[in-house]
Design a protein around this ligand. Structure first.
Ligand code: TXA
Ligand code: MG
Length: 341
């Protein structure tokens, strides 16, 4: 299949073309404020199956359903608790996915057999225009091959999926750069399943205390039943094995410097590049700017596959604010192989 690259800046028909493709049951890459998504009609099980095929995604990993106006949520879920309305008010549209009990309209292909569904109301204007134009809820995982870092530009999407999907809509680089925060309101207490651009601190300012699933910070054993099936898979991983080095920036830089051997590559904060002169280095933002780190970390992880790195050592931020999400992605890329200095 020829993958069309659609650009709304240069082609006034781009949004309509994407919407027609989605209505016809095709799979389309679209920009959102978090990462690029791989969209299909969420009400059409056959269309949704094509997402799994294109990504090579395990069948037991459910998809998030995207809407373009708040009212659309009512027919997709069977119950909306007051806590959900509080989150809509505070954070929607925006980078927050809320897990709720699903309605009968959600096909099994979307929910992967669970009785819940994740709903997200993105703020990205192009995502919203496309969803509105096709007038359908859109199921969309991140638009990467399963296991690879998520995509934050249309070029990343083509790197992974050219020839496997009908089209990708170019909306430029994503503003947040990490996937949405996922919170479950389907259990007795609110539970953070995946940290993202809406921080734990921000959620707690609205909901009071929020449980944090232990898979956010630690490796889960193979036999364990996980709350978000996606958490059990190795993710975001460059080909070379990666070790996350956590601690104060100066201390982690000095530690990594001592560990350098032939074949080592380094993921570091911008101001530490010189520490590792002579070795392949990719930097992902200043140590004091977590927002920039979030925007750049997936692109940085992708770049190691262009080097002949045999192992990668990575500086990793602490868990404050959006640091929790940045550290979670680096630790997942490391398969939770973490050293604290
Ligand atoms: O920012 C995002 O959320 C992006 C953009 C495209 O919206 N989408 C995204 O989807 O990251 P995906 O499929 O790559 O990650 C969704 C995560 C997975 O870990 C999945 O297991 C979990 O959310 N998830 C989805 N539905 C769930 C449900 N009903 N219960 C628990 N976890 C769920
Ligand atoms: Mg993903």
């Amino acid at each position: 299949m020829m993958t069309k690259l659609l650009n709304p800046k240069t082609d006034p028909g781009a949004i309509e073309t994407a919407a027609e493709l989605l209505k016809s049951g095709a799979v389309v890459g679209l920009p959102t404020e978090t990462v690029y998504g791989l969209g299909a009609n969420a009400l059409d099980g056959q269309a949704v199956k094509k997402i799994f095929e294109a990504k090579g995604r395990p069948q037991d990993n459910p998809l998030i359903v995207h809407i373009a106006e708040l009212d659309s949520i009512h027919r997709l879920v069977s119950h909306i608790p007051d806590s959900a309305y509080a989150l809509f008010d505070a954070f929607w549209p925006g980078p927050l996915t809320i897990i709720l009990p699903k309605s009968k309209l959600i096909p099994d292909e979307v929910s992967a057999g669970l009785d819940t569904v994740g709903i997200r109301f993105p703020s990205h204007p192009i995502a919203r225009q496309i969803i509105k134009a096709c007038n359908l809820p859109i199921a969309a995982p991140s638009a990467n091959l399963s296991g690879r870092p998520s995509t934050t530009t249309a070029q990343h999407v083509l790197e992974d999926l050219d020839g496997k999907i009908a089209a990708v809509v170019d909306g430029g680089p994503c503003g947040v750069g990490l996937e949405s925060t996922v919170i479950s309101l389907a259990g007795e207490r609110p539970r953070l399943l995946r940290p993202g651009g809406i921080t734990l601190e921000a959620l707690e300012s609205v909901l009071g205390s929020v449980d944090v699933d232990h898979a956010v910070r630690e490796k889960i054993s193979d036999s364990e039943r996980v709350s978000a099936p996606g958490m059990k898979y190795r993710h975001y991983a460059p080909k070379a094995p990666l070790t996350a080095v956590c601690g104060a920036p100066d201390a982690t830089a000095k530690f990594i410097q001592k560990e350098l051997t032939t074949g080592t590559a380094v993921l570091c904060y911008d101001e530490y590049r010189d520490f590792f002169a002579g070795y392949p280095v990719v930097s992902f933002g200043p140590s004091g700017d977590l927002g920039e780190q979030a925007r750049r970390v997936f692109d940085a992880l992708r770049q190691f596959d262009l080097t002949d790195a045999e192992k990668i050592l990575a500086q990793c931020p602490n868990d404050d604010g959006i640091g929790l999400a940045v550290a979670n992605r680096i630790k997942k890329a490391a398969g939770f192989n973490v050293i604290t200095v």
